[in-house]
Design a protein around this ligand. Structure first.
Ligand code: SF4
Ligand code: F3S
Length: 378
């Protein structure tokens, strides 16, 4: 990666992370966006410029605070440092130390002073039934608060499945008329980062793009950034060789489950869910910490109409039977994959790529190579 003569000292100081850690993350985001890896330096330069630190108004509706909690618990790289220093978090109902009228005043002041410049982040669904009375903050309905804050926002991000399409509160009979931000703000562009909780890296990468280029990244029909949600989980799942070979776990704890076989027959919704969980995993601890990695079927938490709506053990619609061009890695899981030598060689190459670079960056670089056509990334 060409690093130019850019001085990273200010980035290291501001974000509390090493130049190396930060560049690895930026390189991963750049690769996922189909941008040259050299764009990592452009991103770092943008972050180093305090003038490009956008004010953020962060609202909470009907939710469990999962997205904020996930964000705060992320570790290496220290995303909480990046988030809190990459942006100017002017209002966040969970993190604000103040409360009551004082913080409401700060919110209004920030929105007034930063008209057309602030980033609006919405977490949680918005109840719309009976005039929105089922969620009130400071005496106002969430519905009114969202509409008011959206009016002069530079960009709007819905974080988590509840904010993206209603999530848990919209399941079943939906007694409060819970909706996602895109359904409430119909005349606005809302970028969605679904997941329960969403991977903090997907939010950070989106904000990083916004800070660098002054606009939001390309999105799909559901408003999701293509760089993060461009592929089905099934396409990159390390159990995929078992699916293709017809080896399935039939019950939790049976021989197939213990052997790490495919979870499709246990209701895995990976074949109809778009997300990058197999590549990024969770908590940055490595070792396969994500639902399928720990033996649980994906339940489609990030997919509208699947998570919280389809029965857990129902069989997923398989959108593609095409095997991946290179099978995902299966190293360090002690799994008898049954892969052909050719497939194993490809998997070995992928492992080599991971060893050679940052966990996130290298994994995403490898995917980018596999994608070939760019898969719609603009
Ligand atoms: Fe992985 Fe689920 Fe697809 Fe099986 S069905 S390969 S466990 S995503
Ligand atoms: Fe959610 Fe499935 Fe990923 S349940 S966290 S989209 S593996």
């Amino acid at each position: 990666m060409a690093e130019s003569d850019f001085d990273f000292t200010s980035v290291e100081k501001r974000l509390g992370v090493s130049r190396r850690t930060f560049l690895k993350f930026c390189a991963g985001v750049a690769a996922s966006l189909g941008l040259p890896v050299s764009e990592a330096v452009t991103m770092a330069e943008a972050v180093a410029d305090p003038k490009r630190r956008p004010p953020v108004i962060w609202l909470h509706g009907q939710e469990c605070t999962g997205p904020s909690e996930a964000l705060l618990r992320s570790e290496q790289p220290s995303l909480e440092h990046l988030i809190l220093d990459l942006i100017s978090l002017d209002y966040h109902q969970t993190l604000d130390t103040g409360a009551g009228h004082k913080v409401e005043e700060i919110k209004r002041k920030s929105m007034e002073e930063n008209k057309g410049k602030y980033l609006l982040v919405i977490e949680g669904s918005i109840p719309t039934k009976d005039g929105g009375i089922y969620c009130k903050i400071g005496g106002e309905t969430m519905l009114d608060i969202v509409n008011e804050a959206a009016e002069h926002a530079a960009a709007i991000v819905a974080i988590g499945s509840c904010a993206s399409w209603g999530g848990v509160p919209s399941a079943g009979i939906n007694p409060t008329g819970a909706k996602g931000a895109p359904q409430v703000l119909k005349d606005k562009t809302v970028i969605t980062i679904p997941g329960c909780p969403p991977n903090p890296a997907n939010f950070l990468g989106t904000v990083l793009y916004f800070v660098t280029y002054g606009k939001l990244p390309p999105i799909d029909a559901q408003g999701r950034p293509k760089w993060a949600y461009g592929r089905l989980i099934h396409e990159n799942c390390y159990r995929r060789p078992h699916f293709d070979a017809g080896r399935f776990a039939e019950q939790f704890g049976d021989e197939g489950h213990r052997q790490g076989w495919c979870l499709y027959k246990l209701g895995c919704k990976g074949p109809e869910t778009y997300n990058n969980c197999p590549s990024l995993e969770y908590n940055n601890v490595g070792g396969g910490v994500w639902p399928i990695g720990v033996g649980h079927p994906c339940f489609g938490c990030s997919e509208e109409g699947v998570g919280f709506h389809k029965a857990l053990f129902s069989l997923a619609d398989v959108k593609t039977y095409e095997p991946p061009t290179a099978f995902p890695r299966i190293e360090d899981r002690g799994i008898d994959s049954g892969m052909t030598p050719g497939a194993a060689a490809l998997a070995g190459a992928a492992v080599g790529a991971v060893v050679g670079g940052a966990a996130v960056a290298a994994k995403k670089l490898g995917e980018s190579d596999k994608a070939g056509s760019g898969d719609g990334h603009e």
